[in-house]
Design a protein. Structure first.
Length: 142
């Protein structure tokens, strides 16, 4: 009686090889897609052109009901200043509502280009948070 070893048979090896190749292909595709999307900031990207000294107000919708902070930062603070307008305090300063959009002011300081990023994160978290919107701000002379 002749016994055949099923592990060393050509069909078994071909099936295992094909399964391993399919697994490797799916793994490479998965990490490739995630790697590409991780480098791109989420949110919309817009262009703004300002003159030196000009102030533009930007309104960004926020989520209500959560303890989130919306932060605006510039990668070149010599060219652009990002701040919130000074608002009068509410009558009841202990009551916190997140009903409306957050308003920021972008001011052109000197001629140049800067990226302004608005990101959202929980007050207890560290890091940059989730990017909501990005602006490429070009400041030109008057």
């Amino acid at each position: 009686m002749a016994t055949t070893n099923t592990i060393s048979s050509p069909t078994f090896r071909n099936r295992i090889t094909n399964q391993l190749l399919a697994f490797l292909f799916l793994t490479v595709c998965f990490f490739g897609i995630n790697g590409c999307s991780a480098d791109k900031p989420s949110g919309s990207k817009k262009r703004i052109r300002l003159q030196v000294g000009e102030i533009k107000e930007i309104s960004i919708p926020g989520r209500s009901g959560e303890d989130l902070q919306l932060v605006g930062t510039s990668d070149n603070q010599e060219v652009v200043d990002v701040s919130r307008p000074d608002l009068a305090p509410a009558v009841d300063t202990l009551k916190r509502t997140n009903g409306g959009p957050s308003v920021f002011q972008i001011k052109g300081i000197t001629v140049g280009t800067a990226n302004v990023v608005f990101s959202e994160k929980k007050a207890t978290e560290t890091g940059n948070g989730q990017i909501k919107r990005t602006y490429v701000v070009q400041v030109v002379s008057k």
